[in-house]
Ligand binder design. Structure first.
Ligand SMILES: NC(=O)c1ccc[n+]([C@@H]2O[C@H](COP(=O)([O-])OP(=O)(O)OC[C@H]3O[C@@H](n4cnc5c(N)ncnc54)[C@H](OP(=O)(O)O)[C@@H]3O)[C@@H](O)[C@H]2O)c1
Length: 261
């Protein structure tokens, strides 16, 4: 789905999307493919969900522009290794969408251990920082490079019980987005983030009860949960030099009015 963007908006651009095998990342990767990009999709730890969420209905032209990679980003060194795999397939990177991540279970604050701290922060922070660092020369070389990070509404409101490490990791990403934006502006690289609200993907099928989701939807001004497709246009807007060339260091909330700041 090109969401009304020009079908050639990203023609000739090479876009990396992590966590693109399902959910929000898959919708974002599909939208870049629908607007002419060459997409390197890090599917996640496996390609198990690719046929369900990423590739349905893609024509031969789009499939020819799609490269799939898999990597577990939950361990130190994994971001650097993924960057090497991406650069092995091609030197150019115009856009990096850092989207892979998850809550990693609900962990009551009183039971947090060092091992859990490492498990959540290695995935949600360390791998994002190391992948980005390793791809900066390519982003700089592209001219008008763009980074779009995936934060979360929980970065602002603290999330729901059991998400303290995850929510704080997303707050790190929001601040890191602003810090990088300031530092990389002279290199022509813009850095922004999308902060989804409650989006109905496997994430909430895994971590939230139907009852909780129903109550959340009721409290949202638009009276419904978001979809992955609701999120995708914000990523394309922030990635496009033409559409958002004077916009950097911003975190855009996509949440049906769930949080207004
Ligand atoms: N859904 C929401 O309401 C919501 C709200 C705010 C922010 N977010 C953020 O949005 C992003 C996408 O989430 P989603 O809702 O689309 O969830 P999702 O459907 O569970 O997708 C998460 C993606 O991240 C990948 N990932 C998770 N753990 C990984 C690991 N150890 N190594 C490599 N890849 C891993 C997954 O790969 P696997 O297939 O291997 O698991 C998958 O591709 C995440 O950063 C999430 O924190 C979501």
């Amino acid at each position: 789905m090109n969401h009304g963007f020009e079908p050639t908006l990203f023609a000739g651009r090479r876009v990396v999307v992590t966590g693109a095998g399902r959910g929000i990342g898959a919708a974002v990767a599909r939208a870049f493919l629908a607007t002419g990009a060459e997409v390197v999709a890090h599917a996640g730890r496996s390609e198990d969900y690719v046929a369900r969420d990423l590739t349905p209905g893609l024509d031969a032209d789009a499939l020819a522009r799609l490269t799939l990679l898999t990597a577990d980003l939950g361990a130190p060194g994994s971001g650097q290794a993924l960057a090497e795999a991406i650069l092995d397939k091609g030197e150019r990177v115009d856009v990096l969408v850092n989207n892979a991540g998850t809550m990693g279970g609900r962990i009551p604050a009183a039971t947090v251990t060092d091992a859990e701290y490492d498990r959540i922060l290695d995935l949600d922070i360390r791998s994002v920082v190391s992948l980005t660092t390793a791809l900066l020369p390519a982003l700089k070389g592209a001219g008008h490079g763009a980074i779009v990070n995936t934060s979360s509404i929980s970065a602002r409101i603290g999330g729901s019980p059991g998400s303290s490490l995850y929510s704080s990791a997303k707050a790190f990403l929001s601040t890191w987005t602003r810090a990088l934006a300031r530092e990389l502006a002279p290199d022509g690289i813009r850095v922004n983030a999308v902060s989804p609200g409650t989006i109905m993907t496997d994430f909430h099928r895994r971590y939230s009860s139907e009852e909780k989701l129903k109550a959340t939807a009721e409290a949202i001004p638009m009276k419904r949960l978001g979809t992955a497709e609701d999120c995708a246009p914000a990523y394309l807007f922030l990635a496009s030099e033409r559409l958002s060339g004077y916009l950097t260091g911003q975190v855009i909330e996509v949440n049906g009015g769930q949080l207004m700041v």
